[in-house]
Design a protein around this ligand. Structure first.
Ligand SMILES: [Fe+2]
Ligand SMILES: [Fe+2]
Length: 163
């Protein structure tokens, strides 16, 4: 059975994943409304991944005999600036999620909760991938700058995600 401390950390993390999901849904709509359907599509897939992450934490909590308490999720912003600023904000957000996961991982170690330790490893690896993918988009958008034809090419390329 999971400890109360770990249960609290799991529930807090469910809310965090749901916030990530809502943030990316809002960003996805924002990109689409600004003629960047491809990045909108990319972020919509990201939204679905974050929802799946939240569900994974819920499932693990249930499997360990914990009590699920889904918390209130704060509203994401509506305006995100330029497309480059959107992805800079995604990168900053993912870095925050990584920090929070690292604290969660350290807690599992401190609590000698080896099941959570193993479970969280998947997420640690996932964060490395997420940060690398988003870093790449930010770098490419910086290279492209205000060359609109190159930006539209990138938008088309990233729109292929999940198809
Ligand atoms: Fe996530
Ligand atoms: Fe993420």
């Amino acid at each position: 059975m999971i400890s109360p401390k770990m249960q609290e950390a799991f529930n807090a993390h469910v809310t965090e994943e749901l916030f990530s999901a809502n943030l990316y849904l809002a960003m996805s709509a924002y990109c689409e409304s600004r003629a960047h359907k491809g990045f909108g599509r990319w972020l919509r897939v990201q939204y679905q991944e974050e929802l799946a992450h939240a569900a994974k934490f819920v499932d693990q909590l249930l499997a360990r005999g914990g009590q699920v308490a889904v918390g209130a999720v704060a509203a994401p912003p509506k305006d995100f600036g330029s497309i480059l600023q959107v992805f800079e904000a995604v990168l900053a957000h993912e870095r925050k999620v990584t920090e929070s996961l690292n604290r969660f991982y350290a807690l599992a170690e401190a609590e000698k909760d080896s099941a959570s330790h193993v479970f969280l490893q998947w997420f640690v690896t996932e964060q490395v991938e997420e940060e690398a993918n988003v870093s790449e988009i930010v770098d490419k958008l910086k290279i492209v700058g205000d060359k609109s034809s190159a930006a539209l090419y990138l938008d088309k390329e990233y729109g292929k995600r999940g198809k």
